[in-house]
Design a protein around this ligand. Structure first.
Ligand code: FAD
Length: 451
């Protein structure tokens, strides 16, 4: 009997997954709730609708990780990238598209595919059997959200992200910062030195609070509620509640001794915590923020030790539905508790159109391979695709898991290259060369295994 792949959600990830599986020879039913059921952000009933900006970000495949992801998706005949190329608008080094014809073409190409059927309906339960990919995105319908929560547990599904900025470790000035856990707590040396600390004196703290209060902030989208506020106040809101609030919260200076100035008690301390197993990324603890991106970099670089910080991602707070993928999903993006169900796209804890489509591409291929009885080789960790899937399904810290953009901090370091800003160009070129070669090999071997 022919097995059908059901894909729920026809956004960036679901559309790409459907295309990839169909191209591999699997019959696909794509279930999309729009236009019957609307979200607060989508405007049409089209598949592949871009909900906000019309940009797929940088198209530089040598010096930029998202540009590299474009390259890898083009090499895999990705629907989203090839359609974006058709509707490209002039935007310097970025890949911007004419959004309406883009989504219309995604819809038309899927509907014209002999192996794809589009079914306009809301799916509200996780099925017991059959082959399924759920790619319902940040605005997963409430009934389905409840069903996922019932299966995974309340702690494992979030309805908002509260993203603290993430910084490349190599850009932190360790002549000012130091590694220490509060009160040296922990059983092992690694635990006792788990945090990276940046000290502030009184003047620096006061100037920092002034800058926070004056910074440009992003407004909420219509339909986003602010009900999350109690659990994760943005730092600028804490500062508005009182100039000392942060010093009694995430910036409290207690239990720490600065080895660079052991006799000076810091007035406040900003703490950073490892964000990935590789130790290349650090997030600023408790620093979720709604400051605009330009303001964020300016304000955060006032922190001693972070003057030259490079940001792997900036902070934000949004309506977002996402799983704690490092604990829930296996390396094939299957739900461990229900392996006939895969997840793909933003709901797996990646962030952005491109990353979501990329995870759809992998999920579509993996599901199709399973149906066809093909053993796909492991996605190479040195490719952008591999770095991202490895991060969400295991490399990220599960306890503090928040959605992630693709960035070079997710890549294994290339040996023998200069660190710091000066070596950046050569390093990024080495990452992208290595990734392209690994990804091309993978595509070739996947095709051979399928033959
Ligand atoms: C307000 C807002 C603004 C954003 N702006 C940007 C931006 O500017 N740039 C960027 O890169 N990213 C942005 N994002 C993130 C963006 O949504 C994702 O990057 C991307 O669209 C995620 O792709 P996806 O396929 O996972 O989800 P989506 O593209 O949202 O697709 C999910 C699909 O599932 C459908 N669906 C949901 N529940 C069900 C159900 N129960 N049954 C059937 N169908 C269902 C939805 O209708 C939707 O079509 C924004 C998100 C939001 C909420």
């Amino acid at each position: 009997m022919t097995q059908v792949l059901h894909i729920v959600g026809g956004g960036m990830a679901g559309s790409e997954a459907a295309w990839q599986a169909a191209e591999m020879g699997v019959d696909v039913v794509l279930h999309e709730m729009r236009p019957k059921v609307e979200t607060f952000a989508h405007q049409t009933g089209d598949l592949g609708e871009m909900v906000c900006s019309n940009s797929f970000r940088s198209d530089d495949d040598e010096q930029n990780a998202v540009g590299l992801l474009h390259w890898e998706m083009r090499a895999a005949n990705g629907l989203i990238m090839t359609t974006a190329d058709t509707h490209r608008l002039p935007a310097g080094g970025a890949l911007a598209v004419d959004r309406e014809p883009f989504a219309e073409t995604v819809t038309a190409r899927l509907k014209a595919h002999p192996r794809v059927t589009v079914s306009y309906e809301e799916v509200t339960a996780l099925p017991e059997d059959g082959n399924w990919i759920f790619a319902t995105g940040p605005l997963t319908s409430p009934d389905l959200g409840q069903a996922i929560q019932a299966e995974t547990g309340a702690e494992a599904l979030a309805f908002f992200d509260a993203i603290a900025p993430i910084i490349y470790a190599e850009s932190i000035d360790m002549s000012k910062a130091w590694m220490q856990s509060r009160y040296d707590k922990g059983e092992t040396e690694e635990e006792r030195t788990a945090y990276l600390n940046c000290p502030m004196d009184k003047d620096q703290y006061e100037a920092f609070i002034d800058a926070l209060l004056a910074a440009d902030k992003t407004e909420f989208h219509e339909g986003e509620t602010a009900g999350y506020f109690d659990g994760c106040l943005p730092i600028e809101v804490m500062a508005e509640r009182g100039r000392e609030t942060l010093r009694h919260g995430p910036m409290k200076p207690v239990g720490l001794t600065n080895p660079h100035q052991p006799d000076v008690k810091a007035h406040a301390v900003v703490q950073l915590r490892r964000d990935n197993a590789l130790g290349t990324l650090f997030n600023i603890v408790g620093f979720q923020t709604k400051m605009k991106y330009g303001a964020q970099t300016q304000v955060l670089r006032m922190i001693p030790g972070l003057e030259n910080a490079s940001f792997a991602r900036l902070g934000g707070i949004h309506r977002n539905t996402f799983l704690n993928s490092p604990t829930l999903l296996d390396d094939q993006m299957r739900l461990k508790s229900r392996p006939n169900v895969r997840f793909a796209g933003q709901i797996t804890g990646v962030e952005g159109y491109v990353e979501s489509a990329a995870m759809g591409l992998l999920a579509g291929r993996m599901a199709a391979a399973e149906i066809l009885g093909i053993n796909l080789p492991q996605v190479p960790q040195d490719s952008a695709m591999g770095a991202l899937i490895h991060h969400i399904t295991g490399g990220a810290e599960a306890k503090t898991f928040q959605p992630m953009n693709v960035n070079f901090g997710l890549f294994r370091p290339v040996d023998g290259l200069k660190g710091g800003r000066r070596g950046r160009k050569d390093r990024y070129k080495a990452y992208t060369d290595r990734a392209k070669s690994a990804w091309s090999d993978w595509l070739e071997h996947s095709a051979l295994d399928a033959a």
